[in-house]
Every structure is written in structure tokens, then in C-alpha cells.
Design a protein around this ligand. Sequence first.
Ligand SMILES: CC(=O)[C@@H](O)[C@H](O)COP(=O)(O)O
Ligand SMILES: NCC(=O)COP(=O)(O)O
Length: 254
Amino acid sequence: MNKMVQSSSNSPLLGVNIDHVATLRQARGVNYPDPIEAALLCEQAGADGITLHLREDRRHIVDEDVYRMKPLLKTRMNLEMATTEEMLNIALKVKPEWVCLVPEKREELTTEGGLDVASQQDHLKEYIAALHEAGIQVSLFVDPESKQIDAAMACAADAVELHTGQYSQAALAEDSAATAHELQRIQNATAYALSVQDTFIVNAGHGLTRDNVYPIASIPGIYELNIGHALIADSVFMGLEKAVHAMKQAMQGE
Ligand SMILES: CC(=O)[C@@H](O)[C@H](O)COP(=O)(O)O
Ligand SMILES: NCC(=O)COP(=O)(O)O
């Protein structure tokens, strides 16, 4: 996707991550709640895209979800995955509009850091080229560091998604100095990427909530935010449609 798809307001687009609906399903080993039903509801409520992470251990999203969801989405699918041969084969079959390459550790509670693009450029160049050949655009989930952005561009990635986990944790801990520091890193990384290549897409996400999203959504040039855990948590109390609306409002400072 190019930057032709724009938010109707000045705030970034909202990609909703529906992994956490599948987490609830897997906790019981039953067939509900259905992440596909959730994805379609989020789209109806104004989500600009749907993100899902097919983890190697299949702890939430499973292969069938990805295959079933793709033809039903009206916006676009952003498939997060590790840089393995198995995942490449799945992506080439499913053909999501976007793939976001993320680091994975089996035992982690959630994605702990960004992909170290700089240390594996040869592998990533080939991997990204294979996805491009299938018409899939590629984003790399990276820490907000110029070294990783340079490497992502050198690998011909179309976008980066800046990992906002450290910012979110600092905000949650109400550590205002650390929050300001992490925000500055994300602002600097965004400005850096766009100064090198103004057509490059800079997304951000991880751990964002209605309480901490506005400073990130206000960064000039940020294209899309991917938000899951906090939005699905909100939906327990307010319903999924209202939770999508409320997140969009929070992104605009309302
Ligand atoms: C890469 C990323 O930030 C998301 O995929 C997030 O990791 C989803 O939640 P889990 O970490 O619980 O899979
Ligand atoms: N890539 C980040 C994402 O998709 C959502 O992360 P979270 O809001 O579930 O932490």
C-alpha cells in the first residue's frame, strides 16, 4: 500500500490487532470467540486495517484463522510473522496486503524487542524480495534506532513499525522522565526515517492504550498505529465497536 490511503483526520490510521481475541479462545480450547468475527466488527467500526500475528507456537492465532480471514477482510491484512521458511510459505499462499516481520522468542510473554535488521541484512533482503515478488508489501518491526531504519531501507522494506513497548511500559509505570525519553526516541526515529526517504512509511505500535496513545499519534508523519491488547481489553467493558471508536478519539486527543 502506498500513502494514498490517508486518515480522514490528521491522526494516523488505526490497525486493530485481533490476536487477543484468539488468546481467549485458545485458553478454553473451544471455537469462540472468533477472531474473524472480531476483525469484521472492527472494520465496520472504522478500523483501517487488521493485524494478526501467527506465532510459531500458535499460542493465539492459528493457520486456519489466517486463511479464513483473508478473503473476508474489506480493509487489508497485516500479517505479523517471524522470518522463517515456514512463515514465508504461508504468506506466499495467503498473500496478505502487508507482512510485518517481527522477532520471536518462544518463551516471551509478548514481543520483547525489535528485529535486529542490521545484523541480518543479507537474509532479510532475500526474504523481502520473495514477498515483494508475490505482491506483498513488507514492514519491519524495529526499535526506534536510526541504525535499524537505515538497515530496513537497505533491505528494500516498504515500512518500519517502531516498537512502542518501552514507551508504553514507562507510561504505565507513570515514570514521566522515562516516558518523555522514550517518546523522544520515537519522534527522532520517525523524523530521521522521513528525512532520509519522505515516501517511506513509518508505523508504530505495541502496548498503546487510550491513555498513552495521543503523544504517539501526534508525531508528524506517523502513518498507522497497530493496537490490540488495550483495545480488546476496553471491549470487555464497552463492546468492540465502542472500543474502536474510543481509540480513534483518543488518537485525536479527545
Ligand atoms: C509484534 C507485536 O507487537 C504484536 O504481535 C504483539 O506481540 C501481539 O501480542 P502477543 O505478543 O501477545 O502475541
Ligand atoms: N505490532 C503491535 C501490535 O500489533 C499491537 O500490539 P499490542 O497493542 O497488542 O501490544
